[in-house]
Design a protein around this ligand. Structure first.
Ligand code: IMP
Length: 445
């Protein structure tokens, strides 16, 4: 037993799309295990190396490193159709996957009819759409909590097909009640029956992967001294409890979610790496105080290629929101900050950063939970941009002074150090600060 060995957690501090996949990929050589603990194919973790781009939806971002154990934890929801497509893209032989990808039998399945329901519910919401990725996430987690869901381990039971058909009929009845015409539905370009067929084919492939109980697998690995990195999906401000409800996803995206979604005791959490973008984006509906329409917002979208990696939708863009970041740092217990996409700001003459909000005639420097939030106005501090490319920069310390000043403003506000800055999509475009605490952590891991 090695109780001193703890799992580190890496997660997003904004509304998702912070660039977590790339950072996990960069840190993986220091870990034996990378484990996803929540969410499902609504996620799109992008990795770029050797001139090729890969987008992972369910499979952990450590998959490209030989010898790394990638775990899909009990807290994740699985769509066999989508996993099957991911496995095709990876092109890793099954024999190799058998020693690198492990799926928890307790993980719940996203049925084709969950995706149907997601579409039916969104359709009914009219002007109040959440902007769901329509991957069936909400309905699958709803069935989990209602104790009517199906888990991967259930597929081995004799009456699995009866349970499947019964749940599907229930969903079809619900969709009918919502006046949703199933005939009009296309799921990834397929009709419902076509999708269902491909879903079952995917399930057969999924069954070939090693099945684990993530709580036992992860804790035993820690006991034996293996280093574990828990990989979050989406972001803190999309958390079901602490995000901008109801414009949230249906899982706990925060550090506590790693405990639930992997079976880790709170005392077994070590460092918490919080990833944030040098500005903010949000895809889907819901409040976004620092959103910029047109002008600089448009420039951020174009320079940052801010289009959903799962849905292709244009992302809403705006300035960095420090009170929101500070809230995310608090709720997650973040110990090290990692800033991504700094290069997207390269051509900005002036950079704004939100340091407070005006709400109901009052100025507050923390995230307000009550009052007229719709009319909330951000208060900005304006900084000079660096106006140059970061391509030739090889160390954190050589970064332009204006960028270092920007980092200092962030650190001063949230009181956690920025240890890493990412300056591009490629795994090589990464700068770690000299003497940063994360280096010490990584040297022991
Ligand atoms: P759902 O989780 O697909 O139901 O989507 C709920 C909300 O979370 C919507 O606003 C989505 O756009 C957003 N969302 C879900 N997953 C992600 C993600 O991985 N990145 C960014 N936004 C996401």
């Amino acid at each position: 037993m090695n109780n001193a060995n703890k799992a580190d957690v890496l997660l997003g501090l904004q509304w998702g799309d912070e660039g977590k996949g790339k950072i996990v990929d960069v840190l993986t050589p220091h870990y034996k295990m990378v484990a996803r603990f929540q969410g499902g194919p609504n996620a799109g973790h992008t990795l770029v190396f050797e001139g090729k781009k890969y987008i992972l939806h369910t499979i952990p971002s450590g998959i490209f490193h030989k010898g790394c154990w990638n775990v899909v934890g009990n807290g994740v929801v699985l769509d066999p159709f989508i996993i099957n497509k991911e496995l095709d893209q990876l092109n890793i032989p099954l024999e190799e996957l058998k020693s690198s990808l492990f799926v928890c039998g307790k993980a719940h399945l996203i049925l084709p009819s969950h995706r149907l329901l997601d579409a039916a519910f969104e359709n009914k919401k009219g002007n109040y759409k959440i902007g769901s990725t329509l991957k069936g996430i909400g309905p699958a987690y709803t069935d989990k909590v209602a104790r009517t869901g199906l888990r991967l381990m259930d597929t081995a039971t004799d009456n699995f097909m009866d349970k499947y058909e019964s749940l599907k009929s229930e969903h079809l009845r619900l969709a009918e009640g919502l006046d949703y015409a199933i005939d009009e539905l296309l799921l990834d370009g397929l009709s419902f029956p076509e999708y269902e067929k491909a879903w079952f084919a995917g399930l057969e492939r999924l069954k070939e992967l090693p099945r684990v109980q993530s709580e036992v697998f992860v804790n035993e690995a820690l006991d034996k001294g293996a280093r574990v990195l828990a990989e979050g999906a989406q972001g803190t401000l999309l958390d079901i409890d602490f995000g901008s409800y109801p414009y949230v996803t249906s899982s706990n995206t925060i550090t506590a979610g790693a405990c639930i979604g992997l079976g880790l005791a709170p005392a077994r959490i070590g460092e918490v790496f919080g990833v944030f973008k040098a500005y903010c984006t949000r895809v889907g509906g819901g409040p976004f105080p620092t959103e910029v329409h047109g002008g600089d917002g448009e420039r951020l979208r174009e320079h940052g290629q801010e289009y959903g990696s799962t849905t292709g939708r244009p992302r809403r863009c705006g300035w960095l929101d420090l009170p929101a970041l500070k809230y995310a740092v608090m709720i997650n217990g973040v110990t090290r900050l990692i800033m991504t996409k700094a290069d997207v700001l390269n051509t900005m003459e002036k950079i704004k950063v939100c340091i407070a909000y005006n709400v109901d005639g009052e100025t507050r420097d923390s995230m307000p939970l009550t009052g007229n939030l719709e009319s909330m106005e951000p208060v900005y501090k304006e900084l000079n941009g660096w106006n140059r490319s970061l391509d030739e920069i090889n160390t954190f310390e050589e970064l332009p002074q204006e960028l270092l000043d920007y980092v200092a403003v962030i650190e001063d506000f949230v009181k956690v150090p920025v240890d890493i800055i990412s300056t591009g999509a490629d795994r090589k475009q990464i700068l770690i600060r000299k003497g940063a605490g994360i280096l010490q952590r990584l040297s022991v891991v």
